[in-house]
Design a protein around this ligand. Structure first.
Ligand SMILES: Nc1ncnc2c1ncn2[C@@H]1O[C@H](COP(=O)(O)OP(=O)(O)O)[C@@H](O)[C@H]1O
Ligand SMILES: [Mg+2]
Length: 336
């Protein structure tokens, strides 16, 4: 049983961990952290197996056991500040959007409310439909729009960013050419074409029309959704708000369905559930068009991220995502 670490206890805990930080936090194993914690009388229970960003229940055993905290350890201090700011900005919306409470952010550590539930897998349709409904709810949280606008950046995809995407992918293909065989040239050709036509391909997205910007989580996927059982139902709690911003409403649903990796039936189920709850001012035709554009952008984001992983030898993933992207672009008939 664990209790909430607060006030001076948080500082003590931080000090403890800073010792590791000061030494060589990159090589500290979870075992070492565990040892250190228990030698000081702290209880730590890991929930994920990555040292650099561990989910852990941390506490000091007491007779009065109340809450747990979640500690996230970022190697880049700036990141933690960013995430803490976002969670802080969203505090007035917490009861609507179910984001975690912020307790503290010191050095590389973010200390937030422990959400006592479970994330889910990609094919848990029932829960993920619930997640889609929750996304609609997040996007309609417009009571504090003025506050959000002051504190969250408005992000949309400019032509420059799109062009950067393509450059990255191009470089990855260039560096790993032999692995792509004949398809390398085809892809390079397609990328050049996309680059030339980028203004035609994404005309709406580069229009910073403020009215269409909503609160966007930025990384809305099963990994970042904690489900908590509630009497007869379930509650969806998004975590990991580090990428939160104001974006076009299609960003999150498109990232979400991108995760269906080509399962069209699943994708349609989520997409239709989302579209059936859109504000009435958005026509079905407009919805389809915007969805498709953002869906291909989401595929590009993944291709881009995978391109960076290429150096670590994950070419298989990259080729698959390029194929998906290719099929999608074909479907959308983006070629003028
Ligand atoms: N507040 C929280 N309460 C409970 N579990 C959490 C909380 N925040 C994150 N988690 C769990 O820890 C995992 C990693 O945390 P997350 O913030 O998503 O880090 P990352 O940046 O590595 O994705 C999540 O997938 C989730 O399972
Ligand atoms: Mg995450």
């Amino acid at each position: 049983m664990l209790s909430l670490i607060s006030g001076s206890n948080i500082r003590r805990f931080m000090k403890l961990l800073e010792r590791l930080d000061g030494n060589d936090n990159k090589s500290a194993t979870m075992h070492e952290i565990q040892e250190l914690c228990s030698s000081k009388g702290y209880v730590i229970e890991f929930v994920s197996d990555r040292t650099e960003n561990f989910g852990a229940k941390v506490g000091i055993p007491t007779r009065r056991n109340t809450e747990n905290v979640f500690v996230k350890w970022h190697l880049v201090p700036g990141e933690i500040k960013r995430e803490a700011n976002k969670v802080g900005v969203l505090k007035d919306l917490r009861s609507v959007i179910n984001s975690p409470k912020l307790y503290d952010a010191t050095q590389n550590f973010l200390v937030i409310e422990w959400i006592d539930g479970k994330t889910t897998s990609k094919d848990d349709v029932e829960r993920l439909l619930l997640a889609v409904d929750h996304l609609v709810l997040i996007q309609s949280a417009d009571v504090t729009r003025a506050v959000l606008r002051t504190h969250l950046k408005r992000e949309w995809l400019g032509q420059q960013e799109f062009s950067d995407f393509l450059r990255n992918i191009e470089t990855a293909i260039g560096n790993h050419r032999e692995g792509f065989g004949d398809s390398a040239d085809l892809w390079l050709e397609q990328i050049r074409e996309m680059d030339q036509n980028r203004g035609v391909m994404f005309p709406d997205i580069i229009d910073p029309n403020e009215r269409d910007f909503v609160l966007s989580h930025g990384d809305y996927k099963p990994d970042n959704l904690v489900f908590v059982p509630q009497e007869a139902s379930l509650k969806c709690h998004p975590v990991d708000w580090v990428y939160a911003a104001l974006r076009p409403r299609w960003y999150d649903i498109a990232s979400f369905t991108e995760g269906c990796s080509g399962n069209a039936e699943l994708e349609n189920a989520y997409k239709n559930r989302y579209c059936s709850q859109l504000p009435s001012k958005i026509s079905r035709e407009q919805a389809d068009k915007s969805y498709c554009q953002h869906r291909s952008l989401a595929a590009l984001r993944v291709a881009n991220a995978n391109a960076r992983l290429l150096t670590e030898g994950q070419r298989g993933e990259f080729t698959r995502s390029l194929d998906t992207l290719g099929a999608l672009l074909e479907k959308l008939q983006f070629h003028p």
